[in-house]
Write a protein that binds this ligand. Sequence first.
Ligand code: ZN
Length: 282
Amino acid sequence: MLTPARCSINTATLGYKEPISKVIEQVARHGFGAIAPWRREVEGGDVVAIARQIREAGLSVSGYCRSSPIPTDSAATREAQYQENRRALADAATLGAACFVIVAGGLPRASRDIGDARAQVEEGLARLLVDARTLGVSIAIEPLHPMYAADRCCVNTLAQALDMCARLDPDHAGGIGVAIDAYHVWWDPDLAAGIRRAGSERRLNAFHICDWLVPTTDLLMDRGMIGDGVIDLSAMTNQVNATGFEGYAEIEIFSTRWWSTENEETLRVCADRLRTASGTSA
Ligand code: ZN
């Protein structure tokens, strides 16, 4: 069973309704062990002070969300987005984040060439990996459900993400891995093998959880609370734990419903559902 102490709250779950200082305090008060903030809450603020508040609240940082898209239709934009990602990576280091989450980006405007988009992702990550190693932060490629391939992320399966890691880091020097998000990969017939592979290659950097609702009424904003959908989170949690993963299971729920709920109530329900729906291993 997952307990709040072994779990993290991705602040997207709370809909960015409150300032990050208040969210840190709420997440800690509800007994969670970690938090995963977003750039929109951190950039422009005092990153050192935010990092200190998180530490003093007794929270770890399970991840920092997330990269600017990598594939573009011009060299100038590519450079600008690289610089943005490099700055965000430095903030991830300041925050002490376990990883910087890469949502790679989809097709450049007017493009029909998904192969090119994927090649651009790999090239961009090769460059960012040098910075990640210098800063001592790992980047985590998050494969997204294929329904987002065009507009959000052209990395769509765990195997694809792990293959990319293998090409970018053939000697296992580290600094790159994957974020496994239940919402994006639960349907994959090769999921169990992929989780085992991520563990054995020591590239499992993050584990995001929520549920898949039937019917899903919005492609982005209708993720389910743990236990409300059809994902066997208990089995997936056990598979992740069996790899020796020592990070936090991170609750990440984009949902119009939960975004319009008070943070206190959402956090209470999250903690409650962890106990009943997330797993049976010790
Ligand atoms: Zn995620």
